[in-house]
Design a protein around this ligand. Sequence first.
Ligand SMILES: NC(=O)c1ccc[n+]([C@@H]2O[C@H](COP(=O)([O-])OP(=O)(O)OC[C@H]3O[C@@H](n4cnc5c(N)ncnc54)[C@H](O)[C@@H]3O)[C@@H](O)[C@H]2O)c1
Length: 675
Amino acid sequence: MKVIEMNRPLSADNAMTVSLDYDLPEYPEFIEGIRRAPHRESRLSMADKALAISNALRYVHPDHHKLMAKEFAEELETRGRIYGYRFRPAGGLRGRPVDEYNGNCVEGRAIQVMIDNNLDFDVALYPYELVTYGETGQVCQNWMQYRLIKKYLERLTDEQTLVMMSGHALGLFRSHNLAPRVITTNAMMVGMFDSNDSFNRAAAIGVANYGQMTAGGWMYIGPQGIVHGTFNTLLNAGRIKLGVPEDGNLAGKLFVSAGLGGMSGAQGKAAEIAGAVAIIAEVDTSRIKTRYEQGWVSGVAENCEAAVTLAKEKQASMTPFAIAYHGNIVDLLEYIYEHDIHVDLMSDQTSCHVPYDGGYCPQGISFEERTRMLSEDKETFRSLVDRSLSHHFELIVMLHERGTYFFDYGNSFLKAVYDAGEPGICKNGENDLDGFIFPSYVEDILGPQLFDFGYGPFRWCCLSGKPEDLDKTDEAAMNCIDPGRRYQDRDNWVWVRDAKKNKLVVGTQCRILYQDALGRMNIALKFNDMVRKGEIGPVMLGRDHHDTGGTDSPFRETSNIKDGSNIMADMAIQCFAGNAARGMSLVALHNGGGVGVGKAINGGFGMVLDGSERVDGILRMAMPWDVMVGVARRSWARNENALETAAEYNSVFGASDHITLPYIADENVVKEAII
Ligand SMILES: NC(=O)c1ccc[n+]([C@@H]2O[C@H](COP(=O)([O-])OP(=O)(O)OC[C@H]3O[C@@H](n4cnc5c(N)ncnc54)[C@H](O)[C@@H]3O)[C@@H](O)[C@H]2O)c1
């Protein structure tokens, strides 16, 4: 161990063996055509600006402070944040095969694959600003942090844990080989400061990172991650609201929505897989181009008339077809209303968790004007957003009256409309305390049909990077599912059977597959066995935080919890702590997620399968826990399908686990007792 001479002024330089290299990297070139984040809100005082610059300089050797202080000040002024562009490795990043990374344990190398995949030009929304998806969801705050994280992951052994706080690597601490290798938290603000304004200040001075869900949880797998959930939502909406039979699909039905970004980009693909015709409005040409080139939309229309004509043609021939309409969703809905077009299903997936920070482009201005106004005239921009959201709401109400089923798809759209000055969107007509007049997709569809049974967005990445490993895992997963058990199992079985054909991979070789607790555990054990036998390389398991037990969010994941506990965040925190206690390789806990700061607490995990018996043991403990904590909470809230699932779990796992079930009170007994 290095001895520090205490009679000299303490210098970080002689007290650290892990730090950024002394020499400054060359300032990298920015590649034309790569999307760049707009100017972020930062209303900083002079003292705060000084704080932001000295905070960023903590990563840099003092010999370079003069130069870097200027560079950081410039970034703060022009971008609203300090990203430390100089420290970005040159060229494109991508999740490479795990063996190409340095490290002292497979987890240290595997986590680097996941981080780099989150920053891949093809995967990330604003790769230069470390934004993976959801307008503001970052891997970490700046490129100095990225470099430091990599250094620690290269050093990490299986007897240590890396502690991550909002993108900052606090350090490596001794633990043991059954402990997580990385514990990360993002934007966990103290209650009285848990607001967008405080977050924006904290992010601008460099102490808070918006992790969204899998951006800061390092488990993003491109838009594929959301396709399966969107497919499930659309298909089940069809079953519940349009009378589609359990073995039918959405042939001939029209779905209209907005957004072809990171997550929203999945809408067209999911609609096509479900058999529907979709028109998805998108204001940003670059995103339409990306989705079209990836084959995630099948056609592009430059005006409303062309979009609707093409949709009608495809509906008539019952051909699944996703159309990108280049323009504003509000213009499209106006056209649809005026021309009396029947829409079966409707939603929205603009980034309404941050409508005033660029997430929602108001009607009447182009995408380019929106970007300019964000940095030059924020006040006018805000009023345009409010006006557009109000009109958007009005059109939805009118189309709803003509028989369209509208649902909020987890982007805080309903809340944004309310915040824009429309109390009419609230159930009680005054405030959002009793929820909104339109359902959240979880409340009506995903919650009762999937989460209450424990079905959620399980996923895996083949760390070898080999497509043949993904083929083998697809087949093994399919063989673990009994398609005859429930219609959900049949949907999942068909999903994984057709996954390759549907060309879902963007970035590393990953797969999303909704599964319940036991399905996840069985598939995980099977994969670990395949790794042990050398049939495939190591695998990273994970899930979206958006899951049965991973997220407390009253307007989204927990919107179908009706015992009053939807304002509590105990479940997500228990889930995270329990996953850490059981030895998942990476555990993450975030504030915000898809709906914005202060509106959700969510967590996730990453689990590296190295073929060992140690991993078998962790999987048996952790995989059921990760899901059943959510089912147990949902059954305690008296959700019918969760009650059934929890009772079944007690009967199968009674020797080791036990869930408390509620007695159900007779409503009349309760009513009569009220004084
Ligand atoms: N339901 C879920 O499971 C889930 C999961 C992740 C994210 N989300 C939420 O969904 C939202 C979208 O996520 P994303 O990753 O796609 O974000 P994104 O910012 O990458 O994409 C949103 C897209 O909407 C477009 N857009 C904005 N206003 C528009 C308008 N008026 N008309 C047409 N297009 C418009 C933008 O140009 C952008 O391409 C976010 O709020 C996110 O938090 C939901």
